[in-house]
Design a protein around this ligand. Structure first.
Ligand SMILES: [Mn+2]
Length: 328
């Protein structure tokens, strides 16, 4: 894996200058970094008078439709590319239906910041210190001496701001902040971007957050926050299961909480459980119940009454907290 200093950025810039016929793709169910980085790189290549197609396996989500160039992103591709840039993508399987066309390109170059992404091509660029792929695209623009237009800057600001949780997550660093400062100077509007990307929840989802907060309880001596959304909560909020996305993030903001758990009633009597923690491995807990995920975010499914399921989960969490070697 090439680090910042080792990566031959000038070689990549030279290759781009002498090539044509580019494809820029990001991961399925794209987030702000995938959308913003794909569009920004495509706009930059177009500014160099290159032929370029921007594509994502799924449509640009509504909240990112305001990004300049979003209307040019396609989900349907036909082959014939010289160079495919694969952005923000941990693993080719996240390219969904676009994987075949990407594979058919003469050369595939990865630009990413995920630790699990392997560099294969000599020009693959995986920098885990980069807060977002947007930061790397800005570095590339600099090497290419492409002007940072307001359109490109808006996409890069959105990429970096959303991937750092608007500068709250642990990946937030000086380079990300400096990069965003540059983008604002070039014409990106921080307030507009924050409004468009954050304040677009359907009413049903916000009401569901309210139900989850009313049902919130603490366990494990205040270190675990656990809540549930029963069928009556979904009914009262006028919500369906798709509105439960992101509800768990509102549970972890309680002082002293290290683990948050949300139980969502499924239509067939199952509880679908989401776990989040920055201090213990919740994938290990989820896997005890037949689930899985990442150490910071995982999920599983359980059957049983609410008190039973709650008790099983809290017992497993208490054990993990104890194992972690801190006082319970
Ligand atoms: Mn990213």
């Amino acid at each position: 894996m090439a680090s910042t200093t080792e990566y031959p950025l000038d070689d990549l810039a030279a290759l781009i200058r002498q090539s044509d016929g580019f494809l820029c793709v990001g991961h399925e169910r794209p987030d702000g970094d995938a959308v913003g980085s794909v569009i920004a790189l495509a706009l930059a290549l177009r500014a160099m008078a290159k032929r370029v197609v921007a594509a994502l396996p799924d449509p640009v989500p509504d909240k990112y439709q305001f990004l300049p160039g979003a209307e040019q992103v396609t989900c349907e591709l036909h082959g014939g590319f010289d160079i495919a840039f694969i952005l923000d993508c941990e693993g080719r399987e996240r390219l969904g239906d676009l994987a075949e066309v990407v594979k058919g390109a003469d050369r595939q170059i990865v630009i990413d910041h995920h630790a699990t992404t392997a560099a294969q091509d000599g020009l693959d660029w995986v920098d885990t210190n980069a807060a977002a792929v947007g930061v790397l695209i800005l570095r590339l623009l600099d090497a290419l001496q492409v002007e940072l237009t307001a359109e490109i800057a808006t996409n890069l600001y959105a990429a970096i701001a959303t991937d750092t949780g608007f500068f709250r997550f642990e990946n937030t660093n000086a380079e990300a902040l400096v990069a965003c400062g540059q983008c604002v100077e070039a014409g990106a509007d921080p307030y507009e971007i924050a409004q468009r990307t954050n304040n677009q929840l359907p009413l049903a989802q916000k009401r569901l957050v309210g139900r989850a907060l009313v049902n919130l309880e603490l366990g494990c001596d205040g270190r675990a926050a656990i809540s549930h959304l029963a069928p009556e909560d979904f009914a009262a909020a006028g919500a369906s299961s798709q509105h439960a996305d992101g509800v768990i993030d509102s549970l972890k903001e309680v002082a002293g909480v290290e683990v948050s758990v949300l139980l969502k009633a499924d239509s067939d009597g199952l509880w679908r459980i989401s776990l989040r923690s920055a201090t213990i491995d919740v994938a290990a807990i989820a896997s005890r119940f037949g689930g899985g995920g990442h150490s910071a975010a995982a999920g599983c499914e359980l059957t049983g009454s609410l008190p039973q399921v709650t008790q099983r989960l809290l017992a497993a969490i208490a054990e993990a907290l104890q194992k972690q070697g801190t006082q319970l």
